[in-house]
Design a protein around this ligand. Structure first.
Ligand SMILES: [Mg+2]
Length: 193
């Protein structure tokens, strides 16, 4: 199958390392990211948060470790004959640092699409993606509504009711089970923990 894979929060364990940096920068002591919008978590203007990310992009995108099990999971999917298309909301200006990070982290990658502020659904359609791995529930909903099943990696900021076509997975092992389910019977059947 042709599998769409988000990067931040799915392959790159971005948020925990950003949490430390943001606490330092904004002088806070936040321990749980309970909203995908970081300016809401830190209770600062959206513009201040955006400026921080733009001003420190190189460092912030280089520092995270891979999500536990992501590298092994992606390698397993390739061995099983699947195709991987990374689809990230990062911008084209962040392409070089992103590709460097993927290489440095030993994450296999051939196709990486940078949607920026555009919808991921267009890329999903254009590339004929058949299943998508995502952590942001809003993207998951839009992709699922377009008819493509989504495996949502469980995080502290996506604890929302899931709509049809989205399966919550608790680990990369769980994602591999979900992919097998979709391939063999059309539904993810992620094991629940
Ligand atoms: Mg993400």
């Amino acid at each position: 199958m042709r599998i769409g894979v988000d990067i931040d929060g799915v392959v790159s364990d971005s948020y925990p390392s950003w949490l430390d940096e943001l606490n330092r920068h904004f002088g806070k002591n936040i321990t749980v990211i309970d909203d995908y919008d970081m300016h809401l978590v830190f209770d600062v203007p959206r513009e201040d948060m955006n400026n921080f990310f733009v001003g420190n992009a190189e460092r912030l995108l280089t520092m995270p470790k891979p999500v536990s099990g992501a590298k092994e999971g992606l390698e397993a999917l390739l061995r099983e004959g699947h195709e991987l298309i990374y689809v990230t909301a990062r911008t084209i200006e962040e392409k070089d640092v992103t590709l460097r990070w993927l290489t440095m982290s030993g994450i296999p990658h051939e196709h990486v699409l940078f949607t920026g502020f555009k919808s991921k659904v267009d890329a999903v359609k254009e590339w004929g993606i058949e299943v998508f791995i995502e952590d942001y529930h809003v993207n998951a909903k839009l992709i699922a509504e377009s008819g493509v099943p989504v495996l949502l990696l469980d995080t502290s900021y996506n604890q929302k009711e899931l709509s049809k076509g989205i399966s919550r997975c608790h680990s990369w092992d769980d994602i591999l089970v979900g992919i097998k389910g979709i391939q063999s019977q059309g539904n993810a059947n992620c094991k629940t923990i």
